[in-house]
Design a protein around this ligand. Structure first.
Ligand SMILES: Cc1ncc(COP(=O)(O)O)c(C=O)c1O
Length: 372
């Protein structure tokens, strides 16, 4: 956020900053969705809805699980929330008692651990690197399970690494969590943005009682509409409903009516074209960064990020990103935003920018690194 603020400041004073720090698609929200949102406003669909979300939208999400994952998910287990952030708020409010711990990967999306600590829980950060494909696995979860541990929070594809968790590893983790009577929480916000042959596998496929967070933000291109969802075990649905009523009354009605169009073939077609474009960008940026001297040992399979080791001889991530921004007008995110494991020597590049901007960014990086 600091990088973003400074990049905007520089932009306002006339600098042409290449933004590779952003965490949202540059594409506009697909037109069928915006049109549905506009119609909702004009038709007066601007009132509170059911705290769990519109019945039609929960049904549409249930259908999405049927068509995209072959899963039968009862819509009574689906809660529409203000972003995946709202889904995580409900989940942590439900599960955390003071002192409870949840196992997470380091590096990982920082807000997830902040939600845990906001409810007086502990984020048990487990270092993961190249050897672990930047993801947790069954042995790591088993080794790190403590008396106070209540569960595991996974994210796949992950922010900041783009790493996708294999189905077999997901199964391993689910069985350890099950044996410990814990909860499996799966952040699937980047599902739909996978560029390899890896199938998107939902935690619900291996653990029907998992808490699954998803969002209309990334694949569906609706960051500012603030809409996501949670799939939770049926047994806790009444508690989650009460919490949703108390914490935010309901998600935005306008956004929900708009999101009904997100599952239409016309909108999905646009999203698939965008996914292809993200893949092209990754395929451009990854070899270009490697050529410059950034270390990316494993091809990131999803999301729109590349987590890279800083070339030797250059400063640590915070001064390095400051230097790139101030002197070369390239905005990237320091690894220290995502944890502490080797974070000082890593940075995150986002390719949620048009390819010509990425090309300009690469030219500047080349000059910066090779001129020292
Ligand atoms: C891994 C991950 N989870 C959750 C979120 C929250 O997203 P939202 O609240 O917009 O759905 C983000 C946002 O960048 C993210 O990267």
């Amino acid at each position: 956020m600091e990088v973003l603020r400074r990049a905007i400041e520089l932009g306002n004073s006339g600098a042409d900053v290449v933004h590779m720090a952003v965490g949202e698609p540059d594409f506009p929200t697909p037109a069928p969705i915006t049109i549905a949102g506009r119609d909702a406003v004009m038709d007066g669909a601007t009132k509170y809805t059911d705290a769990r979300g519109l019945a039609e939208l929960r049904l549409a999400v249930a259908n999405y699980y049927a068509t995209d994952y072959g899963l039968d998910v009862d819509e009574d287990r689906i809660f529409i929330t203000p972003g995946a952030s709202g889904a995580l708020l409900l989940t942590t409010a439900l599960l955390m008692e003071p002192g409870d711990g949840i196992i997470l990967s380091d590096p990982g999306y920082p807000c997830n651990r902040n939600f845990l600590t906001a409810f007086s829980g502990t984020a048990q950060m487990v270092p993961v690197g190249e050897k672990e494909n930047y993801q947790l696995n069954g042995s790591l979860v088993r080794e790190n399970w403590q008396e106070t541990t209540r569960g595991v929070l996974l994210a796949s594809p992950a922010n900041p690494t783009g790493a996708v968790i294999d189905e077999s590893i997901l199964e391993e983790i689910a069985s350890v969590v099950d044996a410990e009577n814990g909860s499996l929480i799966s952040d699937e916000i980047y599902h739909g943005l996978i560029y390899s042959d890896a199938e998107k596998v939902s935690a619900l496929q291996v653990s029907p009682d998992a808490f699954v967070l998803n969002s209309f933000s990334k694949y569906f291109g609706m960051t500012g509409w603030r809409l996501g969802w949670l799939v939770a075990p049926a047994s806790v649905a009444p508690y989650l409903e009460k919490m949703a009523q108390n914490l935010f009354i309901c998600p935005s009605s306008i956004s929900q009516y708009a999101a009904l169009a997100a599952f239409t073939p016309a909108a999905r077609e646009i999203m698939e074209v965008q996914r292809e474009e993200f893949k092209n960008r990754r395929d451009f940026l990854l070899p270009a960064l490697r050529d410059i001297g950034f270390d990316v040992p494993i091809e990131p399979e999803g999301a729109f990020y590349i987590y890279a080791g800083i070339p030797e001889g250059f400063p640590d991530s915070e001064p390095f990103t400051r230097w790139l921004l101030e002197e070369h007008h390239v905005a990237i995110t320091p690894g220290t935003d995502f944890g502490s494991y080797l974070a000082n020597r890593h940075v995150r590049f986002s390719y949620a920018q048009p390819i010509d901007r990425l090309q300009l960014g690469v030219e500047r990086l080349q000059k910066a690194i090779h001129a020292g």
